[in-house]
Ligand binder design. Structure first.
Ligand code: 5RP
Length: 225
C-alpha cells in the first residue's frame, strides 16, 4: 500500500453510517472512493455520495456507490479530497484538475473537510511549487490577466494537456495559471482573487480545511485547523 492509499484508507474508516460524503478529484481521492466502496459493499456501511467532478462520479458509479447530483443536496457531513500544496496554517492550493468550482462548493458546504496528502505536498507558502489556477469567464480572461499583472502577477492561459488549444473546465471556464510575488500571504492572495471581477473560482482554499492527514513512509500525521 503506498502513502496515498494509506491515507485514503484511514479517511474511509472515519466515515459513519448515514453520512452524506463528498468525493474529491485526483489520484488520492480515487483511492478514497475505492476504500469507501469497499466498506459499503463488505460492511454494509450506509452512505450517500456527491461528486466534485464528472470523473469522480464515473469512478463512484463504477465501484457501486450511491451517488446524488449536487443539485440534490444542501449540506454534507464530510468532504474528502487531495491538494497540491498545504501550508503550515493549512491553507491549500488545489485545482491541477479542472473542477475548482465544485470542489470549493463541497468543501464549504461540508461539516468537515478532510484533506489527504503525502509529505511531498507540504510547502512553506502557497505558490511555492505551482502557479495558482484561476478559472475565468472566457470573455474576461484578458481583463483578468491584465488586472492581476497590474498587481505584479505573471502567467498565461492553461494549455490543453491532451490536444492543441486551451484547457476548458467542465462548465466552460478558461484557466489562467498565475504566479504572484512570494511576499503575498495566502489570505492576501485570497482577497485579491475574490475581489477580481471575471474570476469564477480560484485554487486557494483558505480557512476551509478542518483536518489534514499527511502520510509519510507508512505513517499518518493528523493536523487540525
Ligand atoms: C484536483 C485537485 C487534486 O485534489 C490535487 O491536484 C491532488 O491530486 P492528487 O491526489 O492526484 O495528487 O485539487 O483539482
Amino acid at each position: 500500500m503506498n502513502d496515498k492509499q494509506l491515507v485514503a484508507q484511514h479517511a474511509a474508516n472515519l466515515v459513519e453510517d448515514g453520512m452524506v460524503v463528498g468525493l474529491g478529484t485526483g489520484s488520492t481521492a480515487n483511492y478514497f472512493i475505492e476504500a469507501l466502496a469497499h466498506r459499503y459493499t463488505s460492511e454494509g456501511l450506509k452512505v450517500t455520495t456527491v461528486s466534485s467532478s464528472y470523473i469522480s462520479a464515473i469512478k463512484a458509479r463504477e465501484v457501486g456507490l450511491p451517488l446524488l447530483a449536487m443539485e440534490q443536496i444542501s449540506k454534507l457531513d464530510i468532504y474528502v479530497d487531495g491538494a497540491d500544496e498545504v501550508t503550515p496554517s493549512l491553507a491549500l492550493l488545489k485545482g491541477r484538475g479542472s473542477d475548482l468550482v465544485r470542489e470549493k462548493l463541497l468543501a464549504r458546504a461540508s461539516a468537515e473537510f478532510i484533506v489527504l496528502v503525502d509529505q511531498s505536498k507540504l510547502v512553506s507558502r502557497i505558490g511555492e511549487k505551482y502557479a495558482i489556477p484561476i478559472e475565468v469567464m472566457p470573455f474576461a480572461w484578458q481583463l483578468v490577466q491584465a488586472s492581476l499583472q497590474a498587481q505584479g502577477a505573471i502567467g498565461e492561459l492553461r494549455p490543453n494537456a491532451s490536444k492543441d488549444g486551451l484547457a476548458m473546465t467542465s462548465h466552460g471556464s478558461l484557466v489562467l495559471e498565475m504566479t504572484f510575488d512570494a511576499k503575498l500571504s495566502s489570505s492576501e492572495l485570497n482577497i485579491i482573487l475574490n475581489n477580481t471581477p471575471g474570476i469564477v473560482e480560484h485554487g486557494i482554499f483558505e480557512g476551509l480545511a478542518g483536518t489534514v492527514l499527511i502520510a509519510h513512509e507508512g505513517k499518518i500525521e493528523t493536523r487540525l485547523a
